[in-house]
Structure formats: C-alpha cells, structure tokens
Design a protein around this ligand. Sequence first.
Ligand code: NAD
Length: 211
Amino acid sequence: MSRRRIPDVVIRRLPLYLRILDDLDHTETPIISSQELGARSGVTPGQVRKDLSFFGVFGKQGVGYNTGNLREELRKILRLHQQVAVGLVGVGNLGTALIRYNVAREKPYPEGTGLKLVAAFDKDEKKVGRKISGIEVFSLINLPELVKSLKLSVIILTVPAEAAPGVLNHCIQAGVKAFLNFAPTKLTAPPNVRIHHSDVMLELESLAYFR
Ligand code: NAD
C-alpha cells in the first residue's frame, strides 16, 4: 500500500508504539505481544496487528514481535532512521522554551538519526545572531538558503497568529513540506504540505467539560 493511502490515525499511532519499544529493555523483553503493545498504547491487540500489517510487519503467531526488530522497522517507516533536521520560527516565550526543551531532553535516537533541531528564525533583529542552548537564531531572510544547506524538512511555527500565514508561505516557497503549528489559527496549504496543530488551550477547554 502506498504511503498516501495509509490512514492518518495509523501513522499517528506509530510514534506511540515506538516510544513504548524505546522504553523497553530489549534484553529483558526480547519479544512483545500485540496484547502487551496494545495495552500499553491504549488500543486493541487487533488494531496493533492491523496497523503494523499496513507496512508488511507481522509478528509470529502466538508469540509476538521481536522488540529490537520492530523498533528498527518503525524507525524506518517513520523515516527516523535518517536525521530529520528541524527549524523553528518565532523565538519568543514559547519558541525559546521549545528550543531549551529539545536540547535538554534525553535523546533516544542513535547518532545521525532522528529529529534534530538545528536552527531558529525570527524577524526581530535584536534576536538574530543570538544562540539559545547552542541553537543559532537567524533572520527569516536566510531561511531558503538554510533549508537547502541544513536540509531543514520540518518547521515548528511559534509566531503570533497574524504572522503565521506569511511565515508558512515563505517556508513552503523554500521547499518545506511539514509543519507543527502552535499559532492559534487555521492555516491552509497545498495538498502536498502537511500541517499538524498543537494547542494547549483547546486541550484545557475540553478538559473543563470533564471536571
Ligand atoms: P511571543 O510574542 O513571545 O513570540 C513571538 C515571536 O515571533 C517573537 O520573537 C517575534 O519577534 C516573532 N515573530 C513575529 N512575527 C514574525 C515573523 N513574521 N517572522 C518571524 N518571527 C516573527 O509569543 P509567544 O508567547 O511565544 O507565543 C507564540 C505563538 O504561540 C503565538 O501564536 C501564541 O498564541 C502561540 N501559543 C500557542 C500555544 C499552544 O498551546 N499552541 C501555547 C502558547 C502560545
């Protein structure tokens, strides 16, 4: 099955499976069953088996999946076996916190693979040239050349809502096709561009209902 025809919900569960496998000691747990993977990720064993079968990954019937192999397969499927260079635009309160988080957190990826924040951008000249946790802040004007030289393929948007559409277009023109948007605004893009949204306020507002 082509990458395009696999349901989004399936792709979104894969990092969850990967995190569970990353947290396991593979010598202590060399095999994991779909029951266990499902229980730990909050889906049924059947769903686990179906999700993985989309990619031709099958466990041994009645036994399960080899944890080390499954982890490698998931990294390949998500293309995290290569280095994925990430940029961030908007070095304000949230942008700065995310840069610090990225650098400080424990990295589960083997050297030369996985997500890596490599550059930040801002329109404020006073911020350009500064380094935050070793990550340099560049002017947005330099984005197209840095997309090429650093192979930036994912951009985090932490600019004000009114600036987000313009920044998004600038990045798309430079060739970026994947975005994580924190600005509280709906963004539109061509079908070959993927935008995921993250919004703490929406999460909190829906939690208000469950109190
Ligand atoms: P901030 O004002 O502290 O930072 C915004 C930064 O963007 C500034 O450094 C500014 O110079 C820069 N900027 C503005 N226009 C730009 C442009 N055209 N090009 C490049 N840089 C530009 O704001 P903040 O508190 O860090 O919030 C940033 C965004 O994140 C806002 O849209 C806010 O609503 C949103 N936010 C989202 C969540 C969430 O859960 N999704 C949480 C907090 C904030």
